[in-house]
Design a binder for this molecule. Sequence first.
Ligand SMILES: *[C@@H]1O[C@H](CO)[C@@H](O)[C@H](O)[C@H]1NC(C)=O
Ligand SMILES: *[C@@H]1O[C@H](CO)[C@@H](O)[C@H](O)[C@H]1NC(C)=O
Ligand SMILES: *[C@@H]1O[C@H](CO)[C@@H](O)[C@H](O)[C@H]1NC(C)=O
Ligand SMILES: *[C@@H]1O[C@H](CO)[C@@H](O)[C@H](O)[C@H]1NC(C)=O
Ligand SMILES: *[C@@H]1O[C@H](CO)[C@@H](O)[C@H](O)[C@H]1NC(C)=O
Length: 381
Amino acid sequence: MTFFLTTVLSIFAAVSFAQTREIFKISSNLQNANSSAQFTSGPSGLDAPKVHPINASAFDLWYFDVVSTDPSSLASVVIIFTSESPASGPPVLDPTQDSILIARLWVTFPNGTSWTTQAFADSATVVAQENVSSGQWHGTGFSWKGKARPDSGYRIDIDAPDVGVKGYITFAQVAPAHLPCGPISTGQTMQVGPHIGWANAVPDASSTVDLEIDGEKLVFKGLGYHDKNWGDQLFSHVASWYWGHARVGPYSIVWFDFLDITGEEFVSAYVAKNGRILTASCDLNSLSVRPTGADGGSAYPPVISTPNPSGYHILLDVGEENGRMEFDVDVVQDIIQPNPTYGRFIGNVSGRISVPGGKKGAWYTKDLRGVALFDQFKLTE
Ligand SMILES: *[C@@H]1O[C@H](CO)[C@@H](O)[C@H](O)[C@H]1NC(C)=O
Ligand SMILES: *[C@@H]1O[C@H](CO)[C@@H](O)[C@H](O)[C@H]1NC(C)=O
Ligand SMILES: *[C@@H]1O[C@H](CO)[C@@H](O)[C@H](O)[C@H]1NC(C)=O
Ligand SMILES: *[C@@H]1O[C@H](CO)[C@@H](O)[C@H](O)[C@H]1NC(C)=O
Ligand SMILES: *[C@@H]1O[C@H](CO)[C@@H](O)[C@H](O)[C@H]1NC(C)=O
């Protein structure tokens, strides 16, 4: 009952005082109750918990990653703070966990060697203020802290000797937050596809990673990213998805191209330049992401038995004055144990933006290169 009381007071606080701090306590036990999920944006709380309470078909998670900007390095880090039923979250790890609060870490070293661990929390606290959040997964040594504007950014601290990890990761924001269909504002949908909530607090950041992992240093600079996903139903509404983020030249890009189990496609396209959003849209014409590669990897729509593609061909509408962007993302390295339903990769991006020029009808193109971190699900046969 205490849990419900806290939730009710928090929601009341959010409505009455948009700028107050809201404190959420999350239990490590699944609740035998109907979960209530927020799928419409409010005046604040972009990065706050979105599902209350977590029942056996709910999930609510905070995701962070960094990929090295040095083209000769294969270094990357992914951290996910989960509050999810073993049966309901994105099927990224084996579903035999008993706690619902897990801090999960995957890294690749500059030479491509991968390493992963996870730590189970006794309870968690998330503090949401304005559009940022801070979270502690108690008992794991993993936590994050968000700062509101003007110096917006995030920092993850890890002091987890039990699992052999110590250090920090910083995220200095370079591109503004957004929701699936536009820049952040009140009253917008937060569903990127049916029953899948998505809020992207940090589409692109300049990050520093300084970790010690089982006595080995992993220190690099790269492009960072942070979002959150949530849902109040089993993940079974998703047939497949392609998601990723990249920086190409001066552009920060995030793509999400999603098929639900009825075959309907949903997209979200995001492009920012110099800290300003050029495109943030869920219009189907704004984005197309299609797999590329030989040996069946380019099959679309993909099914479980389709091999992973060697990359993706991406078309992005950047708006009337800004033109069209077209690029190829090539997988350079798998950064998670290869798995028939889920893949996570780092890669190279090459392509161009075609921009309407000064004279009527004249367009000019600019070549773009960069790096990306991306993933895909294929969950049906
Ligand atoms: C959930 O809601 C349904 C429909 O209102 C109700 O029948 C059911 O008892 C509720 N479940 C719990 C655990 O409260
Ligand atoms: C969890 O809550 C959702 C939303 O109310 C409900 O549809 C679902 O059946 C619940 N799951 C369980 C296992 O009770
Ligand atoms: C790759 O780097 C890791 C971390 O520095 C090191 O432990 C490992 O031995 C290296 N692997 C190879 C094949 O060089
Ligand atoms: C939070 O989002 C609102 C739009 O809903 C925006 O006006 C405000 O500037 C944002 N605040 C921060 C700290 O980013
Ligand atoms: C990625 O780019 C780097 C630097 O341009 C290059 O060395 C490497 O071969 C590229 N890898 C792929 C798979 O294209």
